[in-house]
Ligand binder design. Structure first.
Ligand code: UDP
Length: 471
């Protein structure tokens, strides 16, 4: 029998790569005889180290081969906008992608090509080879409804949406204000705007979309996608809700890790965990305000803190610098809260923390991976979105799924100590908090059922994989 290969083409960011590998592992569970080829483009920007991770996966899973594309020169005058660059780099790699498909086909039958969002440029090449071409959408169903709806929004609006006070009625998600969209979706002058619209259009023409969510979490959005309500310009392709797919690339020994050891000595469900994704940073003034709010809330806390940006006007850089605790927190904060809280610098093993029985709440930036990690572990959230699509996620999590409380965020993005104090207390002890505490436990139960044998996510994944063997 001819050997079978699935080609996976993630964009080079570490998070995208790790998610794609997790999807690959799931494919291998269903089809141990399939080979996976994961294409790696040299990143044109800083993405976090991937070398060691790739080596470990190669050594432990022989059915996965990483195929590294060569470095190619970026033509002069190419956009330096990082999102545009992330899309555009794959246009440059299309001839190499084509040659790679030809080479693989000589030895094996390619059953599917799985792209991610940013490798959209490869779609046409893959289709020219007449290959079934899927997208792995690392967000959820509500996010997918909104994303597929972008071309419609593009058609019905003129000028840049960014500065217009508009509320959009997207099928199956609560009304969303234009200010909650990521800048790239609404600013027609941004270099990547067309990339997003094109990707949404192409995705709608793909063989299928694989989404990292589960039916019981986002039923209304799932139904809307299945009914083709989000792509009025055409049918929505088959969409497979196969999550929650959770990747953990933190290598920690629980008996050695400072956070986990500390949690072991805390009462059950007593600690609120604060963590803001892989790159979230706050200005000095904001860090101080959070500290005051946490101390006043009298709740136990575990807080991952990064250095504030050097340039206080920039909100998203500087996290790698050494954290100067004395310069940031109110005088005596660490000493006074010694029995109540733990401040961790830069990074903590989040998944293990959220799974620890002492954790009872999570102040989150609403990144999709963090969201799923909290939901699986039944940890209710306070939503504090910072960048990308997180403000949209907050709307879904607070208003639709009801697993998070909204934080009062001022128009300039600042959050007062009082808002932190009140919301953290509410989450851990209050009546409004009780509703999300109960709801997230129910969602956790559903998440586990979805990924158990015979659960909806496993069944959908089997349908997807079986469609490749019958070809
Ligand atoms: N993460 C972690 N420790 C940290 C901060 C983040 O392990 O201190 C992990 C977290 O568990 C999640 C990922 O980094 O898996 C962040 O992904 P998410 O989609 O939530 O946010 P992003 O970083 O893409 O904004």
């Amino acid at each position: 029998m001819e050997s079978a290969t699935v080609v996976m083409y993630p964009s080079p960011g570490r998070g995208h790569l790790v998610s794609m590998v997790e999807l690959g592992k799931l494919i291998l569970n269903h089809h141990p005889f399939v080979s996976l080829v994961i294409l790696i483009t040299p990143p044109p920007f800083e993405t976090g180290p991937t070398e060691k991770y790739i080596k470990t996966v190669s050594a432990t899973i022989p059915s996965i081969t990483f195929h590294h594309f060569p470095i190619i020169a970026i033509p002069p005058g190419f956009s330096s906008d990082i999102i545009r660059l992330n899309f555009a780099i794959h246009e440059l790699y299309n001839p190499i992608f084509h040659n790679t498909l030809v080479a693989i086909t000589e030895k094996s039958a390619i059953k599917a090509v799985i792209l991610d969002f940013f490798t959209n440029a490869a779609f046409q090449v893959s289709k020219n080879h007449d290959l079934p071409t899927y997208y792995f959408y690392t967000g959820g169903a509500s996010g997918l409804c909104s994303f597929l709806h972008l071309p419609t929004i593009d058609n019905i609006t003129s000028g840049s949406i960014k500065d217009q006070n508009l509320v959009f009625d997207i099928p199956a998600v609560p009304p969303i204000h234009s200010s909650h969209f990521p800048a790239g979706f609404v600013d027609k002058n941004k270099p990547a705007y067309k990339d997003f619209i094109n990707t949404a259009r192409t995705m709608a023409k793909s063989t299928g979309i694989i989404a990292n969510t589960f039916v019981g979490f986002e039923k209304r959005a799932v139904d809307a996608l299945r009914d083709g309500k989000c792509t009025p310009e055409g049918q929505t392709p088959p969409t497979y809700f196969i999550g929650p797919l959770i990747a953990d690339d933190n290598e920690v020994d629980p008996s050695e890790n400072e956070c986990l050891k500390w949690l072991n000595s805390q009462p059950i469900k007593s600690v609120v965990f604060l963590s803001f994704g892989s790159v979230g940073v706050f200005k000095k003034r904001q860090l101080k305000e959070i500290a005051i709010g946490l101390e006043r809330s009298k709740q136990r806390f575990l807080w991952v803190v990064r250095s504030p940006p050097d340039d206080e006007r920039v909100s998203n850089s500087g996290g790698n610098k050494e954290l100067d605790i004395d310069a940031i927190f109110p005088e005596g904060f660490i000493a006074r809260t010694r029995d109540m809280g733990l401040v961790v610098k830069n990074w903590a093993p989040q998944l293990a923390i959220l799974g620890h029985e002492s954790v009872g709440g999570f102040v989150s930036h609403c990144g999709w991976n963090s969201t799923l990690e909290a939901v699986v572990n039944g940890v209710p959230m306070v939503a504090w979105p910072l960048y990308a699509e997180q403000k949209m996620n907050r709307v879904y999590l607070v208003e639709e799924m009801k697993v998070a409380l909204a934080l009062d965020i001022e128009p300039d993005g600042f959050v007062t100590a009082m808002a932190v104090e009140e919301k953290v207390k509410e989450l851990m002890e209050g009546e409004e908090g009780r509703i999300v505490r109960e709801q997230v436990l129910e969602m956790s139960r559903r998440a586990k059922a979805a990924t158990a044998d015979g659960g909806s996510s496993r069944v959908e994944f089997k349908i997807l994989c079986d469609s490749w063997t019958t070809m």
